[in-house]
Design a protein around this ligand. Structure first.
Ligand code: NAD
Length: 441
């Protein structure tokens, strides 16, 4: 499918001119809202909804100190951006990364609004971040910093209002510390449901079966739904992967069960290649022990250039934003990009890839498995229930398949790219809800 969507984000430019804000083409927030507002043009969406989507409802910034192991105090900066809650409580991950910026968190919060709307979840969109390199802290420091951050966020998060989850640099242990801190700060009568303030918790402490693998599992369900229509067989294809953390490693382990061949992997430590295939289970063990893929003995180290230009069927980014730029796109030799990460492809790269005939399966579809099972966890916590993994997977497959069909149908109806179709399918739903609810007061 060809993209008629690169009219250089005209709609967003006009909106930001009206808001008297400088529109920065290189900034991930403007790139993201630019594509989202392109989709509104296909649907003839009214001006009010465009304005509502253009900026988050709340941008919360907190500063707090925490004690390091040597007794010194350090100052930290944290963010929580609440983009939209027309469908339900704000929902979105918390990231720990030393280079995080407010605009990046805003882009990710906007994508959460789109993701929940596309999947028809009764949740809004949010994202949070703490500017810290978690690898630079000891376990005790990480716990203290996490608890202090949770306390600093205070009533801005709650099981009925805004529910964080794991993202880059955070995991089930960090969610457990957040839930415990929040529970201890809650009134006695609210303590029973207080742990529902975050999802992605350890199973022993209110987590859901299937949550840890959920994002990778959801991505694989999308591939099962869409690859046959592209004449690709999941058991007979090769792929490259950026990132071997939660999303990347689970995607690889699940694809391995289908017989797909992992040729190359790149993470923050380097890139490796084995034309005969890399064993995802073995590499997961290696990364746990060594902190990254560098030095993995059953593959060869390769340069970034060689990594991007390796010939594969699928290219799966599962690390940070903007990791596929125009220069990478020139070199890439794949049939389909499957966005496990959020906003991994810059608009210029996307344009070139579409011209080269590469299909791009967008993030708000491919990585919605995480928030979907987070929603199941939140429901289980509210009802004091525990679902079997089989039930979680069955319901996840249903949600992912329906979302994939929604995107495909919209792309066919509007003759647009899958990304614009995914935004259009989300916005069409938000538009109906706004229309029915009307304007208060
Ligand atoms: P993670 O922290 O578990 O893993 C991140 C991976 O990215 C690591 O392998 C790291 O080495 C790699 N990485 C970091 N910097 C890099 C660089 N400069 N070059 C190459 N690789 C680099 O994070 P995650 O939870 O797997 O999240 C990955 C992506 O998926 C993010 O975009 C996140 O927003 C998105 N996502 C995550 C979830 C979830 O449930 N965890 C859900 C939806 C979307």
């Amino acid at each position: 499918m060809n993209s008629p969507d690169s009219k250089s984000h005209q709609s967003a430019r006009e909106i930001f001119e009206e808001l008297e804000e400088y529109y920065d083409d290189h900034n991930v927030y403007y790139q993201t809202i630019g594509s989202v507002l392109d989709a509104t043009e296909l649907l003839g969406i009214n001006h009010r909804l465009k304005l509502i989507l253009s900026q988050p409802k709340n941008e919360i910034m907190v500063h707090f100190t925490a004690k390091m192991d040597d007794g010194s105090q350090k100052l930290f900066k944290g963010y929580r951006v609440q983009h939209n809650n027309v469908l339900g409580p704000y929902k979105g991950g918390i990231r720990f990364h030393h280079e995080v910026k407010l605009d990046e968190v805003k882009a990710l919060a906007l994508l959460m609004t789109m993701k929940c709307a596309l999947a028809r979840l009764p949740l809004g969109g949010a994202k949070g971040a703490l500017k810290v390199n978690p690898r630079s802290l000891t376990k005790n420091e990480l716990e203290r910093v996490t608890r202090r951050f949770t306390a600093a966020l205070g009533n801005n998060i709650s099981p009925n209002y805004d529910i964080p989850a794991p993202d880059v640099g955070t995991n089930a242990q960090i969610m457990a510390w957040m839930a415990d801190t929040y529970t201890n700060m809650s009134e006695a009568s609210s303590k029973v449901i207080a742990k529902g303030v975050v999802t992605g918790k350890p199973i022993e402490f209110g987590g859901s079966e299937g949550r840890e693998k959920a994002t990778g599992q959801g991505l694989v369900f999308v591939l099962e739904e869409l690859l046959p229509g592209m004449n690709l067989k999941i058991g007979d294809l090769s792929y490259s992967l950026i990132g071997f953390g939660n999303v990347g490693s689970w995607t690889a382990r699940l694809l391995q069960k289908h017989g797909s061949k992992l040729k190359t992997v790149m993470d923050h430590t380097g890139a490796i290649l084995n034309e005969d295939g890399i064993d995802a289970e073995d590499l997961t063990q290696y990364v746990k022990e060594h902190g990254g893929v560098k030095g993995y003995p059953k593959a060869n180290p390769v340069s970034n250039d060689a990594f991007y230009s390796t010939k594969v069927d699928l290219f799966i980014p599962a690390a940070l934003e903007q990791m596929i730029d125009f220069e990478h796109a020139k070199r890439m030799n794949c049939k389909v990009i499957v966005e496990g990460a959020n906003a991994p492809t810059t608009p210029r790269a996307e344009q070139l890839l579409l011209e080269k005939g590469v299909e791009i399966l967008p993030a708000i579809l491919c990585n919605a498995g995480g928030v979907t099972v987070s929603y199941f966890e939140w429901k289980q916590n509210r009802q004091s229930e525990t679902w079997e993994e089989e039930k979680v997977d069955r319901q996840l497959r249903m949600t992912m398949s329906k979302s994939a069909q929604r995107v495909l149908n919209m792309a066919r109806e509007k003759n647009c790219s899958m990304r614009i179709a995914s935004y259009a399918a989300a916005i069409e739903y938000l538009d109906k809800v706004y229309d029915m609810r009307g304007v208060f007061p």
